[in-house]
Design a binder for this molecule. Structure first.
Ligand SMILES: C[S@@+](CC[C@H](N)C(=O)[O-])C[C@H]1O[C@@H](n2cnc3c(N)ncnc32)[C@H](O)[C@@H]1O
Length: 570
């Protein structure tokens, strides 16, 4: 009798060894060979399952699913019948999980656990969590800690809120995202896991000269490679990716059946028009923007592709704010938005001037025609020059050693306001808001609480907010343009109410500040860490410092501006 192992079994053993060494592609090739030689259906079942397992580790979930199905469907040469094969069901569930088909995954696991009650598969609890996330139940705190690791392929899934893709009213805008019901400022509209992402190794502020370009190139190449590999390994995911905007007048190669060929050009076309740069944690970027003296966001620019978020078009007056926790992109409403409204957000920084914005948007192949661009383009040159000149005068005052009267600043701010041709509800008046932020710091440092409150009103008005304030309530009726620095100004607003012992106004002001933070950062579980201590500091300051009320001081002098919050000449 021949005692040598049969040929197919040698291939299987070699495949198993490769699996143990994490060489999954080699393992799959060995199992391919073994399957060509195998004689009995019992051995074929076991080989299909081995190959399915290797394919799951190789992230080729479509093929892993087919292998598990093949094993489960083979005529029973063993007991129990194959379609109840425990390992086959477990691998099917894993492949479905990899394809993010969580409902089917749960059904499969439930079947397996009913058949094999001793099997306490931990995947079921993960699957239940993903199904809850699909219904908008996220554990934000644990997501934040998961998002902190430098390369977070997060075990999370997408929630799609009351939004859908529709053709835009203006044909050249293509498709866009629209609300399917009325939503309120702060509502979660989308929390999407990246289709693929490439993570920056270092913060861009740590890179010098050529290093920045090299890192940008590396990220682009890595994103393209990861996307390509994912598509090749999982053809069932191709259609969702293929539907993304391919760029204007793009012709792509098709095979004899008319299907687009998945090659480098196909992937690059989609990436060019649909990939976004992102920071790992928006709440950290927020804290850098508000506390960094240059006012610049120094966060790293990782890059990724999100299939649903990619349908959103651009506006320089966004209705939606986008934030990130690791690779999860979060869209929250920045205003109360009626049903059937097209949602837009800023592809680029909306704080740049219209010339810079137009240049930056040109690479997406369109010229923005939003109300802010139209208003800025329609502003006469002499008004823009006047705006710049007054801004320079204010900066000179900020740099003066001796104190400056608040009324001097207010008069100059009014003059800047006069250079705008439309109300702030149409075009936010950033040139007015920027200096006020610095003046608020100055007022706060000399305990001018009423003045802080009035300056925050001015900020809100110039950002286009509509609000009412009475003795015991502060209400926002219409949300304006949100900037990170506004949260800080609102925190100062709260401090002023603490100092003036106005608990009702404080409660409302805190509510608005926290909602702004939620919209900008995507979550508010990090609010306490970011701003929680502020109130105690304010209390200490007001207990220890002089308390100057309105009209108690003839000249509201500000000793410098106590450190600038907003950078000029970005
Ligand atoms: C990420 S895609 C957005 C979805 C795209 N509209 C579609 O039909 O798939 C980006 C492309 O949308 C178009 N787009 C986005 N915002 C636009 C705007 N404000 N005006 C005109 N076209 C815009 C441009 O062609 C841009 O390259």
């Amino acid at each position: 009798m021949d005692s040598k192992p049969s040929q197919w079994f040698r291939w299987k053993q070699e495949g198993d060894t490769h699996c143990q060494n994490n060489k999954f592609l080699k393992a799959i090739e060995c199992y391919d060979q073994a399957l060509k030689l195998v004689k009995t259906s019992k051995d074929a079942v076991s080989l299909f399952l081995d190959r399915s397992s290797a394919r799951i580790s190789f992230q080729a979930f479509d093929a892993a699913l087919s292998d598990a199905a093949a094993a489960l469907n083979l005529p029973p040469g063993n007991k129990p019948p194959n379609d109840t094969n425990e390992r086959g069901l477990s691998l099917t569930a894993r492949a479905l999980y990899g394809l993010r088909r969580f409902q089917e995954c749960r059904d499969c696991l439930t079947k397996m656990i009913n058949l094999y009650p001793g099997n306490k598969d931990a995947l079921l609890s993960r699957c239940e969590k993903r199904l809850r996330e699909e219904k908008c139940h996220y554990d934000w705190a644990s997501m934040l800690s998961e998002g902190q690791s430098p390369n977070p392929d997060m075990d999370r899934t997408t929630y799609i809120g009351p939004i859908e893709v529709r053709p835009c009213a203006i044909k050249s805008h293509g498709r866009g995202l629209f609300t399917t019901k009325d939503v309120e400022a702060g509502d979660l509209l989308l929390c999407e896991k990246a289709f693929s992402a490439a993570f920056a190794n270092k913060e861009s502020s740590e890179l010098e000269g050529d290093e920045k370009d090299e890192e940008a190139l590396r990220l682009r190449a890595e994103l393209a490679t990861k996307t390509f590999v994912k598509l090749i390994r999982n053809p069932s995911l191709q259609s969702g990716f293929e539907e993304l905007f391919p760029g204007p007048d793009t012709e792509e190669e098709r095979d004899e059946r008319g299907k687009i060929v998945v090659d480098d050009t196909f992937v690059q076309n989609r990436i060019t028009y649909n990939a976004f740069g992102f920071p790992l944690l928006t709440h950290l970027s927020h804290s850098k923007i508000t506390h960094h003296p240059s006012g610049l966001d120094t966060s790293a620019d990782s890059r990724g592709i999100w299939l649903r978020a990619s349908y959103i078009n651009h506006s320089c007056y966004p209705l939606v704010r986008r934030s990130f926790i690791g690779e999860m992109m979060i869209f929250r409403a920045q205003a109360d938005i009626p049903k059937d409204t097209e949602l837009k957000f800023g592809y680029i920084s909306c704080l740049e001037d219209v010339k810079t914005r137009t240049e930056l948007l040109a690479k997406y192949g369109f010229r923005c025609d939003c109300r802010v661009c139209e208003a800025e383009r329609g502003t006469p040159k002499r008004k823009l020059e006047k705006r710049e000149e007054i801004t320079r005068r204010i900066i000179t005052l900020f740099e003066k050693e001796e104190p400056v009267g608040l009324h001097t600043y207010l008069a100059l701010l009014e003059q800047i306001g006069d250079t705008y041709t439309v109300p702030p509800t149409v075009e936010p008046r950033h040139a007015v808001v920027v200096p006020i932020m610095n003046i608020i710091t100055g007022c706060q440092s000399v305990a001018l609480h009423y003045q802080v409150i009035q300056l925050v009103h001015l900020v809100l008005q110039n950002l286009g907010f509509e609000f009412s304030i009475t003795q015991d309530s502060f209400r926002v009726h219409k949300w304006g343009f949100l900037i990170d620095e506004l949260v800080m100004a609102l925190a100062d607003f709260c401090d002023a109410y603490i100092a003036l012992d106005e608990p009702l106004l404080l409660r409302d002001a805190e509510g608005v500040a926290r909602k702004c933070y939620l919209i900008l950062c995507g979550e508010d579980v990090s609010w306490e860490a970011a701003y929680g201590g502020q109130s105690e500091r304010a209390k200490e300051r007001s207990d220890g410092g002089e308390d100057v009320g309105s009209g108690e001081r003839v000249e509201d002098l500000i000793d410098g501006v106590g450190g600038m919050r907003f950078a000029y000449g970005k």
